[in-house]
Design a protein around this ligand. Sequence first.
Ligand code: NAP
Ligand code: GDD
Length: 369
Amino acid sequence: MPKKAFITGITGQDGAYLTDLLLKKGYEVHGLMRRTSQFNTSRLEELCAPEAASERLFLHYGDSTDSLNITTLIEDIRPDEIYNLAAQSHVKVSFEMPIYTCDVDALGTLRILEAVRLAHLMDKTHIYQASTSELFGKVHEIPQTEKTPFHPRSPYGVAKLFAYWMTVNYRESYGMFASNGILFNHESPFRGETFVTRKITMAAARILNGLQDRLELGNMDAKRDWGHARDFVEAMWLILQHDTPGDFIIATGEQHSVREFVTLAFEYAGVPIRWEGEGVNEVGIACVPKVSEDGIPCGFIPGKGFEGVPMEERVVVAVNPEFFRPAEVETLLGNPAKSRDLLGWQAKTSFPQLVQEMLEYDLKKLSGK
Ligand code: NAP
Ligand code: GDD
């Protein structure tokens, strides 16, 4: 009998990479999918082998805010493993929708834990909770370890703190195999388009093709420990295969600023950025194709340069305070020693490789190839 996994948030970035991994490992995968007015399965379609998906992937309509729906699904599926990835995962949006964010991210986790308890699956089902480096928020030490005190800085972070402790509480109270993966930022070509890395690579691809004037960002001094989602979902799986449940930091151990990410994305195309000014007046200047009037990409090909394309030097990056947050997380850097020693996990993709893969994907998408 293949192992059965139930993934909430299956249509998101991590859900799609994890589904691909579990299908390759021979699992039967069940996913919770929201009803939306347009198809929301494009990531799964791009990442998962169609034969495996048609035989062993089952999608169920549902929502983390619907207790009955979650309980019924878990009772019916009786999964060996649950990966609770569903979340309103955008930190800035959580300031605008704090109550909804808590309903999904905090209570949504409790609904899963309770469903497993009520279905008498406590001895069978291993539960992975998608915890986050946002728990550390206004950091108390650098780098952060599993012992660093938490200090969340957003409704999202506070909701995830509740979910973290509920997971620990069910483990301690009922002996459930319930573990937290405290994941630092992880990105990919399938990252949501409003997170900063994807916003940068999409804008860079468009600017390099003469389709966009400039990129507007918020706090460019923010530093993150950025890894690749493909590497990080492997850690999720390893956490549930470990002999005992626990809480694990998953990080690369290296940090970069938003400004460095931008610089590297343009450098990949051989375009240096000159940074001038400070604070809200800071700008990035570069020599790039003029914005085309006809909306047709100039056809920039990495490595071949901009032969025959009309170029100009102009501001390509500027600060827009609209993207600032009421309270910011300035710096995150994880120490992944525990997961390396106990799980044998470590990040495989370097920061330059990550930026390159994302930019190449967005350039390819623009060219329609
Ligand atoms: P994502 O791309 O935003 O995906 C979130 C998933 O949750 C999507 O499938 C979304 O469905 C689903 N969802 C949202 N609200 C829901 C609801 N009310 N009911 C059911 N499903 C709902 O996020 P991600 O980057 O894959 O992250 C996965 C998890 O890890 C999240 O819990 C996130 O908070 C956490 N995390 C992420 C990172 C990171 O850097 N990526 C780091 C640490 C922790 P739709 O497709 O319909 O929107
Ligand atoms: N989104 C966004 N847009 N962020 C910007 C921008 C912008 O235009 N300009 C600067 N930033 C800064 C943010 O202020 C933040 O400091 C940093 O870039 C990263 O922002 P995001 O990419 O939105 O990610 P995040 O770190 O807030 O949250 C992500 O990582 C968490 C793990 O640490 C999300 O995936 C969370 O769900 C996850 O828990």
